[in-house]
Design a protein around this ligand. Structure first.
Ligand code: 5GP
Ligand code: MG
Ligand code: MG
Length: 180
């Protein structure tokens, strides 16, 4: 699996440092509150568990699953709710945890949903931000790394469901797109 990677963008150490930095910021910003930490399945699961453990505040963990990619490397443009949140978010501080914000469609869809349901506050923490991919306005409040406009995998991010378990974030060799 490691042989499929052209180059590593963010190592395990880089990611651990980012989680510590973001966790510290989040601990301060959510002090005295009990945010619903809303992890976006499946890509954000790895980042969620690491960043949450760096947050020295009370939290409640929840999940949402939306689809827009349908397994390829380009966004389909249409976002669908696959699995809904399990709790009522009205009046709650919600912290969305994402793996990557690209076009912004997924994020906008989730933020709109939470606002419709009268969340008290909605903030976004993403491991990766790809601002050059943006189609809709969607801003992350906490960002691990700003990535170039390349398709990346690892640490939760997949290509056709694979590579999520790589401990780092890297760029796939182009031949993988042709072979698989
Ligand atoms: P958006 O709706 O902002 O275009 O992107 C949402 C989802 O697309 C992300 O949560 C992620 O699952 C997927 N995505 C966007 N860019 C990449 C990328 O470079 N690599 C991978 N593996 N997934 C991506
Ligand atoms: Mg995602
Ligand atoms: Mg995906």
């Amino acid at each position: 699996m490691n042989d499929d990677i052209e180059r590593v963008l963010y190592s395990q150490t880089d990611i651990a440092d980012a989680c510590a930095r973001l966790g510290k910021q989040l601990s301060g910003d959510y002090e005295g509150k009990v945010p619903v930490v809303l992890s976006v399945l499946s890509g954000a699961v790895f980042f969620t568990t690491d960043v949450m453990r760096q947050m020295n505040t009370y939290t409640q963990l929840d999940f949402i699953d939306v689809s827009s990619y349908h397994g390829g490397t380009k966004s389909s443009g249409e976002v669908q709710l696959v699995t809904d949140i399990s709790r009522d978010v009205s009046g709650r501080d919600v912290l969305i945890i994402e793996d990557i914000v690209d076009t912004g469609r997924t994020l906008k869809f989730i933020i709109d949903l939470l606002k419709d349901r009268h969340a008290k506050s909605v903030k976004v923490c993403t491991l990766l931000d790809k601002p050059t991919g943006r189609v809709l306005e969607a801003k992350a409040d906490y960002v691990g790394f700003v990535v170039p406009n390349e398709f990346v995998v690892g640490y939760g991010l997949d290509y056709k469901g694979e590579y999520r378990n790589l401990p780092y974030v890297g760029v796939l060799k182009p031949k993988i797109y042709m072979d698989k």
